[in-house]
Design a binder for this molecule. Structure first.
Ligand SMILES: CC(C)(COP(=O)(O)OP(=O)(O)OC[C@H]1O[C@@H](n2cnc3c(N)ncnc32)[C@H](O)[C@@H]1OP(=O)(O)O)[C@@H](O)C(=O)NCCC(=O)NCCS
Length: 169
């Protein structure tokens, strides 16, 4: 199911047969250096199942990003529910295949997801949880007009994350 299109990208719901293409994205040790560890193929399989469950229960989740011209799968982007300091928030997340990074793909996808979340999902506020060391991801948040609201301890390791925020105007 196609969710949205941008100039170069098409975002759609994940399918189970995306697994072989997702492994090089979430399993890349350098790209995933700000995570506790790169994901194994089995963890990527669980990750896809989690998105399928999110589509059912929330109506949204991390979506697959395909290039429109070649159809190549290049990453994921989309909103998910996260608990931050005991408050239910909607976070925009993004991951891009190492071979496609630094071409503006995450920014293009995140901008479109932000606008879709406000206009189609009716959300009023979106956050991004980013470790301060993750400069590329901080830049994506900043380029879609998010600002730092606070820092919090988040995730299985309790690492410090910036809470970037943007609100519907
Ligand atoms: C974060 C990520 C999605 C960015 O994807 P991308 O498509 O390369 O992002 P964009 O091209 O839209 O722009 C990213 C910004 O980061 C910068 N950037 C890209 N690679 C970088 C690097 N290795 N070091 C420093 N900055 C980098 C870009 O220059 C750009 O900033 P600029 O416009 O000021 O120059 C990608 O690096 C990634 O998948 N990382 C691993 C997963 C991850 O950390 N996800 C976010 C968790 S919070």
């Amino acid at each position: 199911m196609t969710i949205l299109k941008t100039k170069r990208l098409a975002l759609r719901e994940f399918r189970r047969d995306d697994l072989e293409f997702l492994v090089p994205v979430l399993g890349d040790p350098y790209s995933m250096r700000f995570y506790p560890h790169p994901l194994s193929p089995a963890e990527c399989e669980t990750w896809i199942e989690r998105q399928l469950h999110r589509y059912e229960s929330e109506g949204f989740g991390l979506w697959a990003i395909d290039m429109q011209d070649t159809g190549a799968f290049v990453g994921d982007c989309g909103p998910t529910v996260q608990m931050v300091d005991g408050i239910r928030e909607i976070e925009l997340g993004w991951h891009v295949h190492p071979a496609y990074q630094n071409r503006g793909i995450a920014t293009e996808a995140a901008l479109a997801c932000r606008d879709y979340a406000f206009s189609e999902l009716g959300l009023k506020r979106l956050i991004a949880l980013v470790r301060p060391e993750n400069v590329p991801s901080c830049r994506v948040a900043e380029k879609i007009d998010m600002h730092i609201e606070k820092e919090t301890h988040h995730g299985s390791k309790g690492w410090v994350h910036r809470v970037y925020v943007t609100a519907r105007s």
